[in-house]
Write a protein that binds this ligand. Structure first.
Ligand SMILES: NC(=O)c1ccc[n+]([C@@H]2O[C@H](COP(=O)([O-])OP(=O)(O)OC[C@H]3O[C@@H](n4cnc5c(N)ncnc54)[C@H](OP(=O)(O)O)[C@@H]3O)[C@@H](O)[C@H]2O)c1
Length: 299
């Protein structure tokens, strides 16, 4: 099985590069080697490699910056994705693509299912929605894995920012009224591999969108407390303790891009395809916290 991995220097891309070799030979391209907005270069790479599967972990993910950078966000998250879908269709390759809870407006009081209407409230979410729609319109063999709040050991993310700020300050204010769960690149990679194994065994999951997140519900405030508690237990020197993390509302922390208040994804559809049970978010996240804290201890 030949796998073309795009965006291999991101949080998810780096983990995919580590894990995907268990299911095939991987040609991994960071942006510096292959910019997916260069449609000609992407076509050339696909024609040279003839992958059975294209895994696209490249994305424009700067949610606030996207508000004033819509053209680039759309070029990466929508136009380049439409090009990938067309190439996958021509080459009869599978396209595995990742999307986001930010395609929803967050007004639903319960977890979102795959068939719920999308209604993004920021430019990033709209660009990711356009990418999903482009794939669905071409209808190549595809899986769109919609995930939420990706936090891993690589790259920059919320948990690392909280630990950095907790080392600098005596207290922190963190939003508690946005509900969702952190999802580790390691879990997303494991699920991607499960899907690829099914393709290899001619038992491919039905093409379409799947919601991918661990079980349970959390908030940014709870995630912040969890990572600080873990760091405290491991005696990482911090100025902020768990008790110093105050809960605030979204309204008290204005950002350039609006965020949905409800980011919960119903994962029953995915669970019915998987060969293992989705973990609880705390178990998934604590493995990430362990890796991040371990790395800080050695600095
Ligand atoms: N992060 C989240 O909280 C979150 C939540 C829900 C869904 N998702 C989705 O999950 C997927 C993976 O996200 P992530 O957290 O791994 O994001 P990430 O860490 O920002 O990684 C994205 C990668 O895409 C690369 N990239 C950007 N523009 C590119 C281009 N034109 N050509 C090729 N590569 C390009 C970036 O390159 P550089 O390294 O050079 O910048 C980066 O390595 C994305 O589809 C994202 O939309 C993320």
């Amino acid at each position: 099985m030949k796998i073309l991995l795009l965006g291999s220097n991101g949080q998810l891309g780096r983990e995919l590069e580590r894990q995907l070799s268990s299911v095939g030979s991987v040609a991994a391209f960071p942006r510096s080697a292959l910019d997916i907005t260069n449609h000609r270069a992407v076509t050339d790479a696909v024609l040279a490699i003839h992958p059975n599967i294209i895994v696209n972990s490249a994305a424009y993910t700067a949610v606030d910056k996207a508000e004033t950078d819509a053209e680039l966000a759309n070029a990466v998250n929508a136009e380049a994705v439409a090009n990938l879908a067309q190439i996958a269709q021509k080459e009869r390759a599978w396209l595995i693509h990742y999307s986001t809870d930010y395609v929803f407006d967050g007004s639903k009081p319960t977890p979102y299912v795959e068939t719920d209407a999308t209604n993004p409230i920021n430019v990033y979410g709209a660009s990711k929605q356009a990418g999903e729609e482009a794939i669905t319109a071409v209808d190549c063999q595809h899986l769109i894995l919609r995930t939420s709040w990706v936090i891993g050991k690589d790259g920059n993310n919320f948990a690392k920012s909280i630990l950095r700020l907790a080392a600098e300050r005596n207290s922190l204010k963190v939003i508690s009224d946005q509900l969702g769960v952190p999802t580790s690149p390691s879990l997303i990679s494991k699920i991607t591999i499960d899907a690829i194994r099914a393709i290899k065994q001619d038992k491919a999951w039905p093409r379409g969108i799947y919601h991918l997140a661990p079980q349970g519900v959390s908030s940014w405030h709870e995630i912040a407390k969890t990572v600080i508690a873990y760091a405290e237990q491991h005696r990482l020197p911090l100025n902020t303790q768990v008790a110093d993390i105050q809960a605030i509302t979204t309204a008290e922390y204005p950002t350039a891009a609006k965020r949905p208040l409800n980011s919960q994804l119903d994962t029953d559809k995915l669970q019915s395809q998987l060969s293992f049970d989705l973990p609880h978010w705390k178990d998934d996240f604590l493995a990430v916290a362990r890796d991040i804290v371990k790395e800080l201890e050695t600095v």
